[in-house]
Write a protein that binds this ligand. Structure first.
Ligand code: SAH
Length: 221
């Protein structure tokens, strides 16, 4: 990939990105590591070239297959909420999609395992992450509602599609020593972002506000 395409011009330039960072700050994002990632991850490379000029708007955009790239504010909020409470060594992401959340998160933790149920979307993302030099991520084509047992327990889980209720299998793969999961829960139009922290067999739930995600769908496509 050329340096010019990576750096972006016009509507994908440094100045455009800085405006987005400012907006997220105004909306309450405080973690400088997260704001730095929003500044430096070239979001225009995660959407179709026809949508590049809108890549630094604070909005979700279509990525094909009926799916979306998440809104930058929501990615920042989820990443910030996940990082609060200490260093993360082993994180599971459910719903890789185009890999934007994955790329924002990857250098802030030791290792990310990410699962996606739409194969062509995952294969495209695999190439993109390689091009961007993101190395501490392993990807898997599978139904993420059952987690990824081989690498459990996780000290962090981030779910980027909304289940109606939190899948039991994911709760079971959280580390009993303060493992935390950020997950949007509920039906279309009435989803709430939750942080669930596990201490032994206790699961503490905190509400982090209303959100809009595509549904978490069981099975693979
Ligand atoms: N993380 C992405 C947003 C992805 S949209 C970003 O940064 O923009 C949600 C993704 O979750 C979609 O790609 C969808 O296919 C995927 N998904 C939905 N149900 C799933 C499941 N059961 N297992 C794995 N992935 C799932």
């Amino acid at each position: 990939m050329s340096d010019a395409r990576l750096a972006g011009i016009g509507m994908t330039s440094a100045r455009t990105r800085e405006r987005l960072v400012l907006r997220l700050r105004e909306q309450g994002i405080k973690d400088e590591r997260v704001l730095d990632r929003v500044r430096n991850v070239p979001r225009h490379l995660f959407v179709d070239e026809a949508l590049s000029s809108r890549a630094y708007e604070d909005t979700a955009l279509p990525i094909g297959f009926g799916q979306t790239i998440s809104q930058p504010f929501v990615v920042a909020r989820m990443t910030e909420a996940l990082l609060q409470g200490g260093e993360l060594h082993n994180v599971l992401e459910v719903g890789t999609g185009c890999g934007y959340q994955t790329t924002v998160l990857a250098p802030l933790v030791a290792r990310v395992s990410s699962v996606e149920r739409i194969k062509p979307l995952l294969e495209r993302t695999r190439e993109r992450l390689k091009d961007l030099g993101v190395r501490n991520v392993r990807l898997r084509y599978a139904d993420g509602t059952v987690g990824w047992k081989a690498h459990a327990p996780y000290d962090g889980i981030v779910v980027t599609a909304a289940p109606l209720v939190v899948p039991q299998g994911l709760l079971a793969q959280l580390s009993p020593k303060g493992g935390r999961m950020i997950v949007p829960v509920g039906p279309d139009g009435a989803q709430e972002l939750l942080r669930i922290t596990r201490r032994d067999d206790h699961f503490v739930r905190e509400k982090l506000g209303g959100v809009t995600f595509v549904p978490l769908v069981g099975g693979t496509a």
